[in-house]
Design a protein around this ligand. Structure first.
Ligand code: FAD
Ligand code: 2HG
Ligand code: ZN
Length: 462
């Protein structure tokens, strides 16, 4: 730690933990994308809001870029520090601060893991309904910064719906308390919503007040096998009509094969091209009958070819593993990820067009399709052929993404549904956002972060 600039920082924030150990730089300098070589200046681990403010002010004085860092499970390169940035990890700020039974809210520090929030809500007989596979490692700060979605959006919405208040240190070093947990607040621009989805470019979220929901009803999980994707949205409609859906997730046989190779158990004796995991409120005979009716309707119409319903929590977890295990099972193939959305009504046409285009233009690639089909959100992972160099692979995948972006533009969709733009999708932002919108976004960034120190190079160039 020989850099003399750190002396002033440690004088202003004596409790701050600062490290330049090579293993720490490597550990904190990247996210799940693994595409960039970590090269941060240092890692700061504040334990209080005062320390966060001190280091943001110091970074402004010394013109040092900051990368806010949560669990680094991000899939868009948002938490990457490859250019001498100061990584600010919130991992020491991971406590539950307050629970309010009347407001049904939980106030937490931003570095708390999503799973710990679930546990805390459950202790109070409630639930925090944003949920997805990275729950054990991702943090509320990262969820807010990406407006994370997940497997229950179909019923509960994205992270944005659950944020009643935010405490933020802006890029200028100001402390803002946004909305203070109010349910109703028509007092002008809601700056809280600017911070949600801002990918660390406007400030550092240090605390959040989360709304909690009634506990989830007892549920059952069903795995459906589908002969073709044309009928997918009809299956969705049939189940949504008859049941209260908590989740409706889609994956292909290719995805399943990777999860099985990773140790999961095959759900059916036969191979089917497409699958859906549906979770729905259950627990009494009427629900069971409705599920059976939905299934039989789809079977009679030739929309599904097989199905299995969970008989225990353990079996439900096993079925979920087939869907939630996909990302991890693909990791060894260095996938190039796309995370796209269209309106649910546009999904069948988009899916058909995109699948046909990719198969025609890029037959050399294994493409794995899965996602939150009930939200109009698909994950399209292109796997790296072993023989292809990483740089060549990424180069070719950029043109896959360009093709997808053009297709999305025709269908009015978005190049990032829930993972954020980060570094990975910056070049394609203009397909989803108009020039006027991007100009306003730049203006907002200039106001909250006048010296451009907050996560520069991510989301948009300023
Ligand atoms: P990080 O990766 O650390 O950071 C993400 C972004 O947020 C970066 O731009 C970073 O600078 C910024 N940031 C982090 N903390 C703060 C803060 N306190 N203040 C300001 N900015 C901050 N995402 C989904 O939406 N839905 C899914 O279903 C889903 N499933 C996943 C499954 C797996 C197995 C994995 C590995 C990832 C998945 N993700 C999913 C992506 C990822 O988990 C989410 O984007 C998550 O919200 C990132 O949280 P994090 O704490 O890891 O953030
Ligand atoms: C999911 O839905 C995540 O499982 C990860 O958003 C998607 O790995 C991906 O592409
Ligand atoms: Zn997802």
């Amino acid at each position: 730690m020989t850099d003399p600039r750190f002396d002033a920082l440690l004088a202003a924030a004596p409790g701050l933990r600062l490290t330049t150990e090579r293993s720490d730089l490597e550990h904190y300098g990247c996210d799940w994308t693994r595409r960039w070589t970590p090269a941060p200046l240092a890692i700061a681990l504040p334990a209080s809001i005062g320390e966060v403010q001190a280091l943001v002010r110091w970074a402004n004085e010394h013109d040092i870029a900051i990368v806010p860092s949560g669990g680094r499970t991000g899939l868009s390169g948002g938490a990457v520090a490859a250019n001498g940035e100061l990584v600010v990890s919130l991992e020491r700020m991971n406590r539950v601060l307050a629970f309010d039974p009347v407001d049904r809210s939980l106030t937490v520090q931003a570095g708390i893991a999503l799973q710990a929030v679930h546990d805390a809500a459950r202790e109070h007989g409630l639930q925090y309904p944003v949920d997805f596979g990275a729950r054990g490692s991702c943090t509320i700060g990262g969820n807010i910064a990406t407006n994370a979605g997940g497997i229950r959006v179909i019923r509960y919405g994205n992270t944005r719906e659950w944020i009643a208040g935010l405490t933020v240190v802006t890029g200028a070093g100001d402390l803002l308390e946004l909305n203070r947990g109010l349910l109703k607040n028509s007092s002008g621009y809601d700056l809280r919503h600017l911070l949600i989805g801002s990918e660390g470019t406007l400030g550092i979220v240090v605390e959040a007040t989360l709304r909690l929901a009634e506990p989830a009803p007892p549920t059952n999980v069903m795995l459906l096998a589908l002969p073709s994707f044309e009928g997918l949205m009809q299956v969705f409609a049939a189940f949504r009509e008859r049941l209260q859906l908590e989740a409706f997730e889609f994956f292909t046989d290719r995805a399943l094969r990777h999860v099985l190779a990773h140790g999961a158990q095959a759900p059916f004796d036969e191979v089917h091209p497409y699958y859906v995991v549906a979770e729905f409120a259950a627990g009494d005979g009427a629900h069971e009958a409705a599920a059976l009716a939905a299934f039989e309707h789809c079977l009679d119409a030739g929309l599904v070819s097989d199905g299995v319903i969970s008989q225990s929590d353990a079996q439900a977890a096993q079925l979920w593993r087939l869907r939630e295990g996909i990302t991890e099972s693909l990791a060894r193939h260095a996938p190039y990820k796309n995370d796209v959305s269209v309106r649910v009504s546009a999904m069948p046409a988009f899916l058909a067009e995109a699948q046909a285009l990719l198969a025609r233009e890029y037959p050399q690639f294994e493409v794995v399709w899965f996602g939150h089909i009930g939200d109009g959100n698909l994950h399209i992972n292109v796997l790296k052929p072993e023989a292809l160099e990483a740089a060549d692979f990424v180069g070719q995948c950029e043109s896959v993404t360009r093709l997808l972006a053009d297709t999305l533009a025709r269908h009015g969709g978005s190049i990032s549904a829930e993972h954020g733009i980060g570094l990975v999708k910056k070049a394609y932002l203009e397909g989803t956002r108009s020039g006027a919108e991007i100009a306003i976004m730049r203006g907002i960034a200039r106001v909250l972060d006048p010296n451009g120190i907050m996560n520069p190079g991510k989301l948009l160039d300023r």
